[in-house]
Design a protein around this ligand. Structure first.
Ligand code: HEM
Length: 477
């Protein structure tokens, strides 16, 4: 599936627990009975596989069992590979799971925003931020995403290659900043955010896999992450102060809601530190996954001219009416542009978040195994979405599988690009509208082709592995 990575043999196929007889009345196995993934080394565990062949390794885990022990150094993590069990973790058994290792390890870096917090604080934060993601708010932003995308492609020169991931990242920073601050951002802040965000994103993906002691080592990699984070805090403080001064009520953006929020017990406004952490959480969440997904979409389209033609023809069908209002209806209406939407879903299926962790907060039975309180668990959207049990030729980019009339439907709970349950991505609907608006805006004027000598590598620095070295050549339509 990832040509650069050699295959990892899987151990054994256990069958889906959904097909097992009811485990009640059976001996429930203890956590010691959970099979360990092959390839662990003493003291290192599976870290060498996670470092070098991460995607292959994650793809091999369903072959070991519905619940698989991996080791990060000596620390065990139990990876849930069956979609029915993943759904139980998120829903019926969700009360017995809290945030896990990954999020806890992000706290020193990102603070206590909605990405890392849990419990009562988390619910309050989520309620406040959710107010900025209503359909009406999303619609308002779509027109501006469409306009911004058109502007950022305006200086493309036919035949001159562009680094698509970089363009998509710059766009996403601008779009996310607008959802947070409307147009109250001080001069220059946007460009600086664009510079520091990739460094922080990389640290947020890689540090949780490494032992805590790494954070205190005098390594250039650690120093760069810490410096970028310090810079980010200063930038966000400056931006929030500017919002307070200019118009605290904003335009119903996230910062306006945070400034207006009151502690239900004390009636006091939120502490400045918490507002800053919240804004950082939203920035990280907002820019992490949209650019990689869109860049992969353009890459696959360039490799499959038939799919590209079909999508561009669909977009051309609405391009005559280029007024912003039209961009809104086509990007937020789930019935509009079915092929373009299928391209987006297929890019999300093939390129998804690598791993999301949880930790049990009480003893809980999962898949016939009893997990004690405090057990670290995880699941991989990437491995669910590319599992050959649920998807024929999972490695193929085939938007057609998402079209009405296709004989394929993802089995229940097996397609969860935004996660699920109480920690589900808060920006899911926004992300879909943003990606649709961007595809429509670029595809209305340009086709992007791949030079034959282009070598694209899958980089693991982003939560959704990104395409490194992807230079595409724009040709006007
Ligand atoms: C392709 C686009 C995106 C994908 C695939 C994606 C995926 C995810 C996933 C898998 C999670 C973790 C869910 C869990 O812990 O179970 C998450 C959380 C989150 N995402 Fe997204 N996301 C996307 C876009 C966005 C956007 C555009 C925003 C903001 C504007 C955003 C903000 C967040 C936040 C704040 C969280 C933490 C939510 C919480 O724990 O309550 N995401 N996202």
């Amino acid at each position: 599936m990832h040509p650069a990575e050699p295959a990892i043999p899987s151990a054994q196929w256990w069958g889906s627990p959904a097909a097992w007889p009811d485990v009640k009345g059976w001996r429930v196995h203890t956590i010691e009975d959970v099979p360990t993934a092959p390839g662990a080394l003493p003291g290192v565990g599976h870290l060498h596989l996670l470092a070098g062949r991460r995607l292959r390794f994650l793809e091999s885990l369903p072959g070991v069992g519905p619940l698989v022990r991996i080791r990060l150094g000596t620390a065990p993590v139990y990876v849930v590979t069956d979609p029915v069990l993943v759904h139980q973790v998120q829903s019926s058994k969700g009360r017995s799971f809290g945030r896990g290792k990954q999020f806890e390890r992000m706290i020193p870096l990102l603070g206590h925003g909605v990405i890392t917090s849990d419990g009562e604080l988390y619910h309050r934060q989520r309620r406040v931020i959710q107010k900025a993601f209503t359909p009406a708010h999303i619609e308002r932003h779509v027109a501006s995403i469409h306009r911004r995308t058109k502007e950022s492609c305006a200086d493309w020169k036919p035949g001159r290659p562009v680094d698509v991931l970089e363009v998509m990242k710059a766009l996403s920073v601008a779009v996310t900043a607008e959802t947070l601050f409307s147009n109250r951002l001080p001069e220059g802040v946007l460009a600086q955010l664009h510079r520091v965000l990739p460094v922080i994103e990389r640290a947020a993906v890689e540090r949780p896999m490494l032992p805590k002691v790494v954070d205190r080592l005098p390594l250039p990699y650690v120093r760069r992450g810490d410096e970028a984070m310090a810079r980010m805090r200063a930038l966000v403080d400056e931006a929030v102060a500017a919002c307070r001064e200019r118009s605290p009520e904003g335009g119903g953006d996230v910062v306006a809601h945070l400034l207006a929020a009151r502690d239900p017990d004390t009636g006091r406004p939120l502490a400045d530190d918490l507002i800053r952490d919240e804004v950082i959480a939203m920035l990280i969440g907002g820019v992490a996954n949209v650019p990689t997904t869109l860049s992969w979409a353009w890459y696959h389209l360039a490799l499959r001219p038939g799919a590209e033609r079909r999508m561009l023809a669909e977009i051309a069908g609405i391009a005559g009416t280029a007024e912003p209002g039209h961009a809104v209806t086509t990007s937020t209406d789930p019935r509009a542009l079915p092929y373009t939407r299928a391209v987006m879903y297929e890019a999300m299926r093939l390129h998804s978040v690598q791993l999301v962790t949880q930790r049990t907060t009480a003893a809980v039975e999962l898949g016939g195994f009893m997990l004690p309180s405090g057990t670290d668990t995880a699941y991989s959207q990437h491995s669910l979405h590319t599992d050959p049990r649920f998807c024929r030729r999972p490695e193929a980019f085939s938007p057609e599988r998402w079209l009405p009339g296709s004989d394929w439907k993802p089995p229940r709970h097996s397609f969860v690009p935004f996660g699920g349950g109480r920690f589900k991505c808060i920006g899911d609907n926004f992300a879909v509208a943003e990606m649709m608006a961007t595809l429509v805006a670029v595809g209305g004027s340009w086709r992007l082709t791949l030079r034959p000598d282009t070598r694209v590598r899958t980089s693991l620095r982003e939560p959704i592995p990104g395409p490194r070295g992807l230079m595409l050549v724009p040709e006007p339509i």
